[in-house]
Design a protein around this ligand. Structure first.
Ligand code: IMP
Ligand code: MG
Length: 209
């Protein structure tokens, strides 16, 4: 019998999700009475399997002298898992971070991307892999690509966990993508709404707050 969190699109309360994750026996009825309710879209096992495939794809396409730049905050869990998957296929990337913001506390893009914290490493002459959580309007990824290109990177590739198949405000497509994602606001696996839900091991959607 598959564990609850192995089945997609199961409606669980947040407390139930946490309980399942710790292998507790949760009382669904009690937990469904109150509190937020989440729908799992991509469970942990599906994410882990896909990251292994992505890492092999990245390694096969040649990734010498690789520098990974993870776009914070949303990609921190994805980036942490992906760089370990890259290690698993024999790569040893240098890793840096850049905190960009276009969403702030709202669920829709503010339209303008700002650097909240810049990266430290020098990208000149490097093969850079930009990692982000969600590709939506395209503004964030395009901004990061343009910035790193202007700083003299030799080659730039992009890898996103989720590609929302929506009309982009800026034309940009990822080189690598773990999953296509429905056009809905997602949380978990590093992603938040108003700083909540980043700790969840799956990607889900809030169906009741
Ligand atoms: P874009 O600039 O519109 O492509 O949006 C990309 C950024 O917005 C990503 O780096 C995410 O941090 C954030 N974002 C977009 N959609 C979602 C979502 O559904 N949940 C959480 N963050 C999102
Ligand atoms: Mg982001």
């Amino acid at each position: 019998m598959a564990a609850l969190h192995e089945r997609c699109n199961v409606l669980l309360s947040l407390e139930t999700c946490k309980a399942v994750n710790r292998n507790w026996t949760a009382d669904m009825n009690d937990n469904m009475k109150a509190g937020p309710e989440l729908e799992i879209i991509f469970p942990p096992e599906a994410i882990a399997k896909r990251l292994g495939e992505l890492a092999r794809e990245i390694a096969n396409e040649g990734a010498d002298n690789l520098m990974v730049v993870a776009i914070l905050k949303g990609s921190f869990v994805f980036a942490a898992d992906l760089i370990r998957a890259l290690h698993g296929v024999g790569l040893a990337p240098e890793v840096d971070f850049m905190t960009l913001s276009s969403y702030r506390k709202a669920r829709t893009s503010a339209g303008q991307v700002t650097i909240l914290r810049d990266m430290d490493l020098d990208v000149r002459g490097r093969n850079v892999l930009i990692i982000d959580d969600v590709l939506d309007s395209g503004r964030t990824l395009a901004f990061a690509k343009d910035l790193i290109a202007a700083r003299g990177a030799k080659a730039i590739k992009t890898c996103v966990l989720l590609d929302k198949r929506v009309k982009r405000a800026v034309q940009v497509e990822p080189d690598y993508c773990a999953f296509e994602c429905p056009d809905t606001f997602v949380v978990g696996y590093g992603m938040d709404v108003a700083h909540r839900y980043r700790e969840l091991p799956f990607v889900g959607r809030v169906v009741r707050e």
